[in-house]
Design a protein around this ligand. Structure first.
Ligand SMILES: [Zn+2]
Length: 512
Protein backbone atom coordinates (compact mmCIF):
# COMPACT_ATOMS: atom_id res chain seq x y z
CA UNK A 1 0.00 0.00 0.00
CA UNK A 2 1.31 3.43 -0.94
CA UNK A 3 2.75 5.41 1.95
CA UNK A 4 1.05 8.78 2.47
CA UNK A 5 2.78 11.89 3.85
CA UNK A 6 0.37 12.34 6.75
CA UNK A 7 0.07 16.08 6.30
CA UNK A 8 -2.17 18.26 4.22
CA UNK A 9 -0.55 19.21 0.93
CA UNK A 10 -1.61 22.28 -0.95
CA UNK A 11 -1.60 22.48 -4.68
CA UNK A 12 0.93 25.23 -4.32
CA UNK A 13 4.06 25.64 -6.38
CA UNK A 14 5.32 28.69 -4.53
CA UNK A 15 8.86 28.33 -3.22
CA UNK A 16 9.03 29.24 0.43
CA UNK A 17 12.80 29.34 0.60
CA UNK A 18 14.85 32.36 1.67
CA UNK A 19 16.92 33.37 -0.14
CA UNK A 20 14.95 32.38 -3.22
CA UNK A 21 16.75 29.66 -5.23
CA UNK A 22 17.70 30.50 -8.80
CA UNK A 23 15.85 27.54 -10.34
CA UNK A 24 13.44 25.19 -8.62
CA UNK A 25 10.99 22.97 -10.43
CA UNK A 26 8.64 20.55 -8.70
CA UNK A 27 8.56 17.58 -11.03
CA UNK A 28 5.43 15.96 -9.57
CA UNK A 29 3.08 16.22 -6.63
CA UNK A 30 4.63 13.10 -5.07
CA UNK A 31 6.32 13.35 -1.68
CA UNK A 32 9.00 10.86 -0.70
CA UNK A 33 9.89 9.88 2.87
CA UNK A 34 13.62 9.97 3.48
CA UNK A 35 13.22 8.07 6.72
CA UNK A 36 13.31 5.00 4.49
CA UNK A 37 16.53 6.08 2.78
CA UNK A 38 20.20 5.34 3.36
CA UNK A 39 23.03 7.84 3.03
CA UNK A 40 25.59 6.65 0.52
CA UNK A 41 29.03 6.70 2.12
CA UNK A 42 31.02 9.18 -0.01
CA UNK A 43 33.68 11.78 0.90
CA UNK A 44 31.34 14.56 -0.26
CA UNK A 45 28.72 13.50 2.29
CA UNK A 46 31.11 13.86 5.23
CA UNK A 47 30.46 17.55 6.11
CA UNK A 48 26.69 17.10 6.13
CA UNK A 49 26.22 13.41 6.99
CA UNK A 50 25.37 13.88 10.66
CA UNK A 51 22.98 16.74 9.89
CA UNK A 52 21.19 14.81 7.14
CA UNK A 53 20.75 11.83 9.46
CA UNK A 54 19.45 14.10 12.22
CA UNK A 55 17.00 15.88 9.91
CA UNK A 56 15.64 12.88 8.07
CA UNK A 57 16.32 9.97 10.40
CA UNK A 58 17.96 8.14 7.50
CA UNK A 59 17.54 4.55 8.58
CA UNK A 60 19.09 2.77 5.67
CA UNK A 61 16.46 0.03 5.92
CA UNK A 62 14.33 1.06 2.96
CA UNK A 63 14.85 1.06 -0.77
CA UNK A 64 15.99 4.65 -1.32
CA UNK A 65 19.34 6.35 -1.00
CA UNK A 66 20.81 9.83 -0.59
CA UNK A 67 23.90 10.62 -2.62
CA UNK A 68 26.28 13.55 -2.15
CA UNK A 69 28.57 14.36 -5.03
CA UNK A 70 30.60 16.96 -6.81
CA UNK A 71 28.76 19.44 -9.00
CA UNK A 72 30.14 19.42 -12.52
CA UNK A 73 30.38 22.79 -14.34
CA UNK A 74 29.46 24.72 -11.19
CA UNK A 75 28.73 28.36 -12.08
CA UNK A 76 30.32 29.47 -8.79
CA UNK A 77 32.12 27.82 -5.86
CA UNK A 78 28.96 28.22 -3.78
CA UNK A 79 26.64 26.64 -6.33
CA UNK A 80 24.72 23.50 -5.43
CA UNK A 81 21.97 21.34 -6.82
CA UNK A 82 19.30 19.10 -5.33
CA UNK A 83 17.41 16.38 -7.13
CA UNK A 84 14.60 14.54 -5.36
CA UNK A 85 13.15 11.51 -7.12
CA UNK A 86 11.44 8.50 -5.67
CA UNK A 87 14.23 6.11 -4.78
CA UNK A 88 17.08 8.62 -5.05
CA UNK A 89 17.97 12.04 -3.64
CA UNK A 90 21.10 13.72 -4.96
CA UNK A 91 22.92 16.70 -3.47
CA UNK A 92 25.84 18.17 -5.38
CA UNK A 93 28.18 21.09 -4.90
CA UNK A 94 31.65 22.24 -5.79
CA UNK A 95 32.49 23.09 -2.17
CA UNK A 96 31.83 22.27 1.47
CA UNK A 97 30.01 25.61 1.74
CA UNK A 98 27.72 24.74 -1.16
CA UNK A 99 26.93 21.40 0.44
CA UNK A 100 25.98 23.17 3.69
CA UNK A 101 23.75 25.50 1.65
CA UNK A 102 22.02 22.52 0.03
CA UNK A 103 21.16 21.24 3.49
CA UNK A 104 19.93 24.69 4.63
CA UNK A 105 17.62 24.72 1.62
CA UNK A 106 16.35 21.23 2.41
CA UNK A 107 15.54 22.40 5.94
CA UNK A 108 13.21 25.01 4.48
CA UNK A 109 11.63 22.63 1.96
CA UNK A 110 11.03 19.54 4.08
CA UNK A 111 7.93 18.53 5.94
CA UNK A 112 9.28 16.32 8.67
CA UNK A 113 11.23 13.64 6.83
CA UNK A 114 9.28 14.19 3.60
CA UNK A 115 10.41 16.03 0.46
CA UNK A 116 8.49 16.69 -2.72
CA UNK A 117 9.98 15.51 -6.00
CA UNK A 118 11.93 18.37 -7.53
CA UNK A 119 14.97 19.58 -9.42
CA UNK A 120 16.84 22.55 -8.00
CA UNK A 121 19.91 24.40 -9.25
CA UNK A 122 21.13 27.34 -7.25
CA UNK A 123 23.99 29.84 -7.14
CA UNK A 124 24.35 33.34 -5.67
CA UNK A 125 24.14 36.53 -7.71
CA UNK A 126 26.71 38.22 -5.45
CA UNK A 127 29.95 36.68 -4.20
CA UNK A 128 30.11 38.54 -0.89
CA UNK A 129 26.88 38.70 1.11
CA UNK A 130 27.66 40.32 4.41
CA UNK A 131 26.20 41.56 7.64
CA UNK A 132 27.78 43.90 10.18
CA UNK A 133 27.33 44.08 13.91
CA UNK A 134 28.88 46.46 16.37
CA UNK A 135 28.93 44.23 19.43
CA UNK A 136 29.53 47.20 21.68
CA UNK A 137 26.42 49.05 20.59
CA UNK A 138 24.10 46.02 20.30
CA UNK A 139 24.49 45.26 23.97
CA UNK A 140 22.05 42.38 24.22
CA UNK A 141 24.42 40.24 22.19
CA UNK A 142 25.98 38.10 24.91
CA UNK A 143 28.04 35.04 24.00
CA UNK A 144 25.10 32.66 23.39
CA UNK A 145 23.44 35.45 21.40
CA UNK A 146 26.49 35.81 19.18
CA UNK A 147 26.44 32.09 18.42
CA UNK A 148 22.72 32.33 17.57
CA UNK A 149 23.49 35.27 15.30
CA UNK A 150 26.18 33.29 13.45
CA UNK A 151 23.76 30.38 12.99
CA UNK A 152 21.10 32.75 11.72
CA UNK A 153 23.44 34.28 9.15
CA UNK A 154 24.43 30.79 7.98
CA UNK A 155 20.79 29.76 7.71
CA UNK A 156 20.24 32.50 5.13
CA UNK A 157 23.55 31.92 3.30
CA UNK A 158 25.23 35.11 4.50
CA UNK A 159 28.93 34.41 3.99
CA UNK A 160 30.72 37.38 5.57
CA UNK A 161 30.47 38.95 9.00
CA UNK A 162 31.87 42.44 9.48
CA UNK A 163 32.73 42.14 13.15
CA UNK A 164 33.22 45.28 15.20
CA UNK A 165 34.22 44.51 18.78
CA UNK A 166 35.32 47.83 20.27
CA UNK A 167 35.75 47.04 23.99
CA UNK A 168 34.19 43.58 23.60
CA UNK A 169 37.57 42.13 22.55
CA UNK A 170 39.92 41.07 25.39
CA UNK A 171 42.96 43.02 24.18
CA UNK A 172 46.09 41.68 25.93
CA UNK A 173 48.18 44.39 27.53
CA UNK A 174 45.23 46.78 27.73
CA UNK A 175 43.29 45.82 30.87
CA UNK A 176 41.79 49.31 31.10
CA UNK A 177 39.90 48.66 27.85
CA UNK A 178 38.10 45.58 29.17
CA UNK A 179 34.50 46.41 29.97
CA UNK A 180 31.35 44.79 31.23
CA UNK A 181 30.74 43.20 27.82
CA UNK A 182 34.26 41.96 27.04
CA UNK A 183 34.40 38.35 25.89
CA UNK A 184 36.93 35.89 27.29
CA UNK A 185 39.71 34.56 25.00
CA UNK A 186 37.93 31.18 25.09
CA UNK A 187 34.72 32.79 23.86
CA UNK A 188 36.61 34.54 21.04
CA UNK A 189 38.05 31.16 19.98
CA UNK A 190 34.59 29.62 20.03
CA UNK A 191 33.21 32.48 17.89
CA UNK A 192 36.03 31.95 15.40
CA UNK A 193 35.39 28.20 15.31
CA UNK A 194 31.64 28.64 14.91
CA UNK A 195 32.22 30.89 11.88
CA UNK A 196 34.63 28.38 10.35
CA UNK A 197 32.09 25.58 10.90
CA UNK A 198 29.33 27.66 9.30
CA UNK A 199 31.55 28.87 6.42
CA UNK A 200 31.24 32.53 7.41
CA UNK A 201 34.26 34.68 6.68
CA UNK A 202 35.08 37.22 9.37
CA UNK A 203 36.07 40.76 8.37
CA UNK A 204 37.38 42.23 11.66
CA UNK A 205 37.04 45.97 12.20
CA UNK A 206 39.43 48.10 14.21
CA UNK A 207 38.96 51.87 14.18
CA UNK A 208 42.31 53.41 13.25
CA UNK A 209 41.51 57.06 14.00
CA UNK A 210 37.99 58.30 14.88
CA UNK A 211 35.14 56.78 16.90
CA UNK A 212 37.56 55.61 19.57
CA UNK A 213 35.78 56.94 22.64
CA UNK A 214 35.93 53.51 24.27
CA UNK A 215 39.70 54.04 24.40
CA UNK A 216 39.92 57.80 24.82
CA UNK A 217 37.64 57.76 27.87
CA UNK A 218 40.44 56.10 29.86
CA UNK A 219 43.10 58.47 31.26
CA UNK A 220 45.91 56.04 30.30
CA UNK A 221 45.22 56.81 26.65
CA UNK A 222 44.06 60.41 26.67
CA UNK A 223 47.48 61.74 25.55
CA UNK A 224 46.92 60.07 22.15
CA UNK A 225 43.67 61.89 21.48
CA UNK A 226 42.78 65.18 19.85
CA UNK A 227 41.21 67.74 22.16
CA UNK A 228 37.72 69.07 21.57
CA UNK A 229 35.60 66.03 20.68
CA UNK A 230 31.97 67.02 21.15
CA UNK A 231 30.86 63.58 22.39
CA UNK A 232 32.80 60.59 23.75
CA UNK A 233 31.88 58.46 20.72
CA UNK A 234 33.63 60.96 18.45
CA UNK A 235 36.99 60.87 20.27
CA UNK A 236 39.74 60.76 17.69
CA UNK A 237 43.35 59.60 17.79
CA UNK A 238 45.93 62.20 16.75
CA UNK A 239 47.20 61.12 13.33
CA UNK A 240 50.56 62.84 13.91
CA UNK A 241 51.22 61.19 17.29
CA UNK A 242 53.31 58.05 16.56
CA UNK A 243 51.63 56.38 19.54
CA UNK A 244 48.28 56.36 17.69
CA UNK A 245 49.58 54.15 14.89
CA UNK A 246 51.41 51.92 17.39
CA UNK A 247 48.20 51.42 19.39
CA UNK A 248 46.24 50.61 16.24
CA UNK A 249 48.88 48.10 15.09
CA UNK A 250 48.87 46.37 18.49
CA UNK A 251 45.08 45.99 18.49
CA UNK A 252 44.85 45.05 14.81
CA UNK A 253 47.54 42.37 15.21
CA UNK A 254 45.56 40.80 18.04
CA UNK A 255 42.37 40.77 15.97
CA UNK A 256 44.21 39.29 12.98
CA UNK A 257 45.67 36.56 15.22
CA UNK A 258 42.23 35.76 16.67
CA UNK A 259 40.69 35.45 13.21
CA UNK A 260 43.45 34.05 11.00
CA UNK A 261 43.10 33.40 7.31
CA UNK A 262 40.72 36.26 6.56
CA UNK A 263 40.95 38.32 3.40
CA UNK A 264 39.67 41.74 4.46
CA UNK A 265 40.47 43.93 7.46
CA UNK A 266 38.30 46.99 8.06
CA UNK A 267 40.09 50.04 9.45
CA UNK A 268 36.95 52.15 10.00
CA UNK A 269 38.13 55.75 9.48
CA UNK A 270 34.63 57.22 9.22
CA UNK A 271 33.30 60.45 10.68
CA UNK A 272 36.70 61.79 11.71
CA UNK A 273 35.51 65.02 13.26
CA UNK A 274 38.48 66.47 15.14
CA UNK A 275 41.04 66.76 12.33
CA UNK A 276 43.46 69.60 13.05
CA UNK A 277 42.50 70.22 16.68
CA UNK A 278 45.85 69.72 18.43
CA UNK A 279 48.65 72.27 17.81
CA UNK A 280 50.73 69.90 15.63
CA UNK A 281 47.75 68.90 13.49
CA UNK A 282 46.58 72.52 13.27
CA UNK A 283 49.98 73.48 11.88
CA UNK A 284 49.86 70.63 9.35
CA UNK A 285 46.35 71.63 8.26
CA UNK A 286 47.45 75.25 7.76
CA UNK A 287 50.20 74.08 5.41
CA UNK A 288 48.56 71.17 3.58
CA UNK A 289 44.85 71.02 4.45
CA UNK A 290 42.66 68.62 6.40
CA UNK A 291 42.28 66.22 3.51
CA UNK A 292 45.99 65.52 3.32
CA UNK A 293 46.22 65.07 7.11
CA UNK A 294 43.57 62.38 6.75
CA UNK A 295 44.76 60.66 3.58
CA UNK A 296 48.45 60.51 4.63
CA UNK A 297 47.53 58.71 7.83
CA UNK A 298 45.03 56.41 6.12
CA UNK A 299 47.56 55.42 3.47
CA UNK A 300 50.10 54.56 6.16
CA UNK A 301 47.54 52.36 7.90
CA UNK A 302 46.40 50.74 4.63
CA UNK A 303 49.94 49.93 3.54
CA UNK A 304 50.70 48.32 6.91
CA UNK A 305 47.49 46.22 6.83
CA UNK A 306 48.30 45.11 3.28
CA UNK A 307 51.81 44.13 4.39
CA UNK A 308 50.21 41.80 6.96
CA UNK A 309 48.48 39.96 4.11
CA UNK A 310 45.01 41.49 4.53
CA UNK A 311 43.18 43.84 2.20
CA UNK A 312 42.28 47.02 4.11
CA UNK A 313 38.71 48.27 3.86
CA UNK A 314 37.67 51.83 4.64
CA UNK A 315 34.31 53.54 5.22
CA UNK A 316 33.92 56.09 2.43
CA UNK A 317 32.26 59.13 4.01
CA UNK A 318 35.49 61.06 4.60
CA UNK A 319 36.49 60.36 1.00
CA UNK A 320 33.22 61.82 -0.19
CA UNK A 321 34.12 64.89 1.84
CA UNK A 322 37.38 65.26 -0.08
CA UNK A 323 36.59 63.83 -3.54
CA UNK A 324 39.62 65.57 -5.01
CA UNK A 325 41.86 63.47 -2.74
CA UNK A 326 40.28 60.08 -3.45
CA UNK A 327 42.71 59.36 -6.32
CA UNK A 328 45.55 59.65 -3.79
CA UNK A 329 44.19 56.86 -1.58
CA UNK A 330 46.20 53.66 -1.75
CA UNK A 331 44.77 51.16 -4.24
CA UNK A 332 45.56 48.59 -1.55
CA UNK A 333 42.31 49.73 0.00
CA UNK A 334 38.79 48.62 -0.78
CA UNK A 335 36.08 51.22 -0.21
CA UNK A 336 32.90 50.47 1.72
CA UNK A 337 30.32 52.97 0.54
CA UNK A 338 27.62 53.54 3.14
CA UNK A 339 24.36 55.29 2.46
CA UNK A 340 21.40 54.53 4.71
CA UNK A 341 18.97 57.03 3.21
CA UNK A 342 18.57 56.39 -0.49
CA UNK A 343 15.39 54.43 -1.12
CA UNK A 344 14.48 55.30 -4.70
CA UNK A 345 16.22 55.64 -8.04
CA UNK A 346 16.30 58.39 -9.11
CA UNK A 347 16.19 59.87 -5.64
CA UNK A 348 15.05 63.35 -4.63
CA UNK A 349 18.04 63.45 -2.27
CA UNK A 350 21.75 63.61 -2.93
CA UNK A 351 23.32 61.90 0.06
CA UNK A 352 26.56 63.88 0.23
CA UNK A 353 27.71 62.88 3.73
CA UNK A 354 29.18 64.56 5.63
CA UNK A 355 29.46 67.70 3.57
CA UNK A 356 25.80 68.33 4.26
CA UNK A 357 22.93 66.85 6.15
CA UNK A 358 21.48 63.72 4.55
CA UNK A 359 18.69 65.72 2.98
CA UNK A 360 20.57 67.57 0.32
CA UNK A 361 18.05 68.29 -2.39
CA UNK A 362 16.68 70.91 -4.68
CA UNK A 363 15.25 73.55 -2.39
CA UNK A 364 11.95 73.52 -4.30
CA UNK A 365 11.07 70.19 -2.62
CA UNK A 366 10.63 72.08 0.61
CA UNK A 367 7.08 73.12 -0.24
CA UNK A 368 6.23 70.03 -2.25
CA UNK A 369 6.66 67.18 0.20
CA UNK A 370 3.26 65.84 -0.72
CA UNK A 371 4.65 64.92 -4.17
CA UNK A 372 7.09 62.50 -2.56
CA UNK A 373 6.34 58.92 -1.55
CA UNK A 374 7.25 57.33 1.74
CA UNK A 375 9.78 57.00 3.20
CA UNK A 376 11.28 60.18 1.75
CA UNK A 377 8.35 62.22 2.99
CA UNK A 378 8.90 61.03 6.56
CA UNK A 379 12.61 61.66 6.41
CA UNK A 380 12.11 65.16 5.10
CA UNK A 381 9.56 66.00 7.74
CA UNK A 382 11.75 64.71 10.53
CA UNK A 383 14.83 66.60 9.46
CA UNK A 384 12.85 69.72 8.78
CA UNK A 385 15.55 71.62 6.97
CA UNK A 386 16.69 70.78 3.50
CA UNK A 387 20.18 71.69 2.49
CA UNK A 388 20.04 73.15 -1.00
CA UNK A 389 22.08 71.02 -3.34
CA UNK A 390 23.53 74.04 -5.15
CA UNK A 391 24.83 75.39 -1.86
CA UNK A 392 26.28 72.01 -0.94
CA UNK A 393 28.14 71.76 -4.24
CA UNK A 394 29.45 75.31 -3.96
CA UNK A 395 30.74 74.82 -0.41
CA UNK A 396 32.58 71.63 -1.26
CA UNK A 397 34.56 72.29 -4.45
CA UNK A 398 35.66 68.66 -4.75
CA UNK A 399 32.02 67.65 -5.22
CA UNK A 400 32.29 68.90 -8.82
CA UNK A 401 33.89 65.56 -9.61
CA UNK A 402 30.66 63.87 -8.60
CA UNK A 403 28.50 65.95 -10.96
CA UNK A 404 28.81 63.56 -13.93
CA UNK A 405 27.51 60.75 -11.73
CA UNK A 406 24.39 62.57 -10.56
CA UNK A 407 22.42 62.07 -13.77
CA UNK A 408 20.73 64.42 -16.20
CA UNK A 409 17.66 65.09 -14.04
CA UNK A 410 19.79 67.03 -11.55
CA UNK A 411 18.91 68.93 -9.39
CA UNK A 412 15.33 67.65 -9.02
CA UNK A 413 16.38 64.01 -9.10
CA UNK A 414 19.71 62.27 -8.60
CA UNK A 415 20.99 58.86 -9.64
CA UNK A 416 20.95 56.58 -6.60
CA UNK A 417 24.35 55.94 -4.98
CA UNK A 418 26.37 58.20 -7.30
CA UNK A 419 29.70 57.65 -5.50
CA UNK A 420 29.66 53.94 -6.39
CA UNK A 421 30.73 54.41 -9.98
CA UNK A 422 33.00 57.32 -9.04
CA UNK A 423 35.05 55.00 -6.80
CA UNK A 424 34.86 52.15 -9.32
CA UNK A 425 36.10 54.38 -12.15
CA UNK A 426 39.13 55.29 -10.02
CA UNK A 427 40.00 51.62 -9.83
CA UNK A 428 38.82 50.75 -6.34
CA UNK A 429 37.13 47.58 -5.20
CA UNK A 430 33.80 48.84 -3.81
CA UNK A 431 31.39 47.36 -1.27
CA UNK A 432 27.83 48.56 -0.80
CA UNK A 433 26.77 49.20 2.79
CA UNK A 434 23.07 49.85 3.41
CA UNK A 435 21.66 49.63 6.92
CA UNK A 436 19.24 47.47 8.84
CA UNK A 437 18.98 50.31 11.35
CA UNK A 438 21.43 53.02 10.68
CA UNK A 439 19.82 55.95 12.29
CA UNK A 440 17.13 56.10 14.92
CA UNK A 441 15.85 59.52 13.96
CA UNK A 442 12.92 58.09 12.04
CA UNK A 443 12.00 55.17 14.29
CA UNK A 444 8.32 54.43 13.81
CA UNK A 445 6.22 53.64 16.87
CA UNK A 446 9.43 52.82 18.72
CA UNK A 447 10.59 50.33 16.10
CA UNK A 448 13.23 50.69 13.39
CA UNK A 449 11.72 52.19 10.23
CA UNK A 450 11.72 48.94 8.28
CA UNK A 451 9.96 50.58 5.36
CA UNK A 452 13.05 52.66 4.81
CA UNK A 453 15.74 50.13 5.69
CA UNK A 454 14.32 47.31 3.56
CA UNK A 455 14.02 49.59 0.53
CA UNK A 456 17.54 50.89 1.17
CA UNK A 457 18.95 47.33 1.32
CA UNK A 458 17.08 46.22 -1.81
CA UNK A 459 18.08 49.22 -3.88
CA UNK A 460 21.73 49.19 -2.83
CA UNK A 461 21.99 45.48 -3.67
CA UNK A 462 20.63 46.21 -7.12
CA UNK A 463 23.17 49.02 -7.61
CA UNK A 464 26.00 46.79 -6.40
CA UNK A 465 25.06 44.02 -8.82
CA UNK A 466 24.70 46.38 -11.77
CA UNK A 467 27.95 48.22 -11.11
CA UNK A 468 30.06 45.14 -10.41
CA UNK A 469 30.69 45.78 -6.73
CA UNK A 470 32.73 43.40 -4.61
CA UNK A 471 29.68 42.63 -2.50
CA UNK A 472 27.32 44.07 0.06
CA UNK A 473 27.53 44.33 3.82
CA UNK A 474 24.43 45.53 5.66
CA UNK A 475 25.23 47.46 8.80
CA UNK A 476 23.38 47.39 12.10
CA UNK A 477 23.78 49.95 14.85
CA UNK A 478 22.07 50.81 18.11
CA UNK A 479 21.02 48.65 20.96
CA UNK A 480 17.81 47.08 19.78
CA UNK A 481 17.11 43.51 20.93
CA UNK A 482 18.82 40.81 18.89
CA UNK A 483 15.59 39.70 17.21
CA UNK A 484 15.40 42.97 15.28
CA UNK A 485 18.59 41.99 13.42
CA UNK A 486 16.73 39.18 11.67
CA UNK A 487 14.88 41.45 9.26
CA UNK A 488 18.13 42.96 8.03
CA UNK A 489 19.76 39.54 7.65
CA UNK A 490 16.81 38.17 5.69
CA UNK A 491 16.44 41.24 3.44
CA UNK A 492 20.20 41.19 2.76
CA UNK A 493 20.21 37.48 2.01
CA UNK A 494 17.30 37.70 -0.40
CA UNK A 495 18.70 40.62 -2.37
CA UNK A 496 22.32 39.54 -2.54
CA UNK A 497 21.61 35.92 -3.39
CA UNK A 498 18.88 36.48 -5.97
CA UNK A 499 19.68 38.16 -9.25
CA UNK A 500 16.41 40.02 -8.99
CA UNK A 501 13.63 40.53 -6.54
CA UNK A 502 10.67 38.57 -7.77
CA UNK A 503 7.15 39.80 -7.29
CA UNK A 504 4.57 37.16 -6.32
CA UNK A 505 3.13 37.16 -9.84
CA UNK A 506 6.53 36.65 -11.40
CA UNK A 507 7.07 33.68 -9.08
CA UNK A 508 3.94 32.05 -10.49
CA UNK A 509 5.41 32.42 -13.95
CA UNK A 510 8.85 31.12 -13.01
CA UNK A 511 7.93 28.13 -10.87
CA UNK A 512 5.77 25.86 -12.93
ZN1 LIG B 1 46.98 65.94 16.40
Amino acid sequence: MEKRPGFLTYNDNAVHVIPEPAHLRYTSSVYVDLADYALADTPDAEPVAAELCRLFGLSGKGPGRVLCGELADAPSPEAYSISVRSGEVRLASASRRGMLYAVETLKQLRAGTWLREMELEDAPAMAIRGFHTNLASIRQLDFPGVLRLIDEMAKFKINLWLLEYNHCFPYAGHPALHGALTFTPEEISAIEQRCKDREIEIMPLCQCIGHNGHIGMHPEYSHLFEPGAKVVGDMQLCPLNPGSFELFKDMAEQLMAAHPGGRYFHIGADEVRSLGNCPDCAEFVRKYGKGKLYTDYINKVCDWVAAQGWKPVIWDDMLSHFPELVPQISRNAAIMYWDYWTTSDPSPFFIARPAALPQTADISWKDRWNELDEPERTITRLYGELTDVKECLEKTPGMKQILPYLGDQTPRWFNAFPFFDFYKDLGFEVFAAPSAFGNTIDDLYGLPNLGRTCKNIRLFAEKCRKSGGAGMVTTSWYSFPQETLSIGIIETAQNTWCGKTLSPLEQEETIR
